[in-house]
Design a protein around this ligand. Structure first.
Ligand SMILES: *Cc1c(COP(=O)(O)O)cnc(C)c1O
Length: 358
């Protein structure tokens, strides 16, 4: 299949730290989520620069896979994506504030604001009431009209494509999910719209009742597993690839890194690699970090610096300056080890990485 070039960051001097992004895994995840979504269409949340992996590339790849409904949070995120949309649509989740009304892209035919309050609905109706999406809060108390607003006659004047709500706890088995589902059914009876949408990634796994016309996964497209039963369907998308900058031999008693958090208890060989918390490889990973070289596991040692880490390469003693080493960025493992969410683990990945789609 003919492909457009999507390696805008590559230049003549490759970066020491790369994010290897697996196009087939991304497509496979979207297709798996679409399959589980049954008859519902399946969109893609690409806010926060595609959860840190690159919104433009993800949009292109998922468009080719058949995705036509994309979501960002801000108008600023929408602008660079507009030339890529073709016949797809892009919804701006955070709505239209007064200052957004002057945004040059407000009336772009492929872009829809997601109206989140009656004030926004009035603002949008006054500006012509073109095609838009509408968010109703069914129990999360985040963005959206309240249930008390859903009979407001003003809503009849809007051209609502997707009427949506968002689940607060779809990653857990709690009564709140069914409460939100019941509320959303009431929303569907009250508000006329082209399509109805409730489920994020975890909501897709809650079953058919939650799918309506359109599902909106984000996290699981990128390898996140919010519910254990999704694990078999979701593949890792991002792998960190970094470079050995130096190899050192330690003797028993030698200390490694800031604050001497690691002391060698024997003779050992370590490598210093180009990866650190400024890349999103956070200090929280101290003690749980693991690199891979061929089939050897190389534990990360001591404190993570801004741009550097140390790893025990006893299992791969032939590693040399300039060799490349991988870090399987297992979101479930690191979430369990660090207390960070899988979402944060993705969005923390810094722009400094060279992103390479393979
Ligand atoms: C971020 C977001 C999504 C995607 O959620 P995931 O949990 O990442 O699948 C869907 N809908 C809305 C309104 C969102 O803000």
């Amino acid at each position: 299949m003919a492909r457009r070039a999507i390696f805008p960051m590559q230049d003549s001097c490759p970066s020491p730290a790369r994010l290897i992004l697996d196009r087939n895994a991304l497509v496979s995840n979207w297709e798996a989520l679409a399959r589980i979504s049954g008859g519902a269409a399946t969109g893609a949340a690409i806010k926060a620069d595609g959860y840190g992996l690159g919104a433009a590339d993800i949009l292109r790849i998922l468009y080719d896979a058949g995705c036509r409904d994309f979501y960002v949070a801000h108008w600023q995120e929408a602008a660079p994506l507009l030339p890529l949309l073709q016949d797809a649509s892009l919804s701006v989740l955070n709505g239209v504030m007064p200052q957004d009304m002057a945004n040059p892209h407000l009336h772009h035919p492929a872009v829809k604001p997601v109206l989140n309050s009656m004030a926004q609905a009035e603002r949008w109706a006054r500006a012509g009431g073109e095609r838009c999406d509408l968010m109703v809060d069914t129990g999360m108390n985040r963005l959206g009209l309240s249930m008390a607003d859903i009979a407001d006659p003003l809503l009849q004047k809007l051209d609502i494509d997707v009427c949506m709500s968002h689940l607060a706890s779809a990653d857990e088995d709690v009564p709140q999910n069914e409460v939100q589902l019941d509320n959303f059914r009431a929303v569907r009876s009250a508000i006329k719209a082209g399509r109805y949408s409730l489920a994020n990634s975890a909501g897709i796994a809650l079953g058919r009742d939650y799918h309506f016309d359109l599902t909106r996964p984000g996290l699981s497209l990128y390898g996140g597993v919010p519910r254990a039963e999704m694990r078999e369907h979701i593949k890792a998308v991002a792998t960190i690839d970094t470079m050995v900058l130096q190899v050192r031999d330690l003797k028993a008693g030698d200390m490694v890194g800031y604050n001497a958090m690691f002391t060698a208890d024997r003779v050992m060989r370590i490598a210093i690699l180009s990866l650190g918390y400024a890349d999103g490889y956070l200090r929280n990973f101290t003690g749980s970090g693991m690199l891979l070289h061929k089939n050897s596991e190389l534990p990360v040692l001591g404190r993570i610096s801004m741009d550097l880490i140390a790893a025990d390469i006893s299992a791969s003693p032939d590693l040399q300056e300039g060799d490349r080493v991988l870090c399987a960025y297992d979101l479930m493992h690191y979430a369990a080890a660090t207390g960070l969410s899988q979402y944060e683990l993705l969005t923390n990945l810094a722009e400094r990485f060279e992103r390479v789609w393979v």
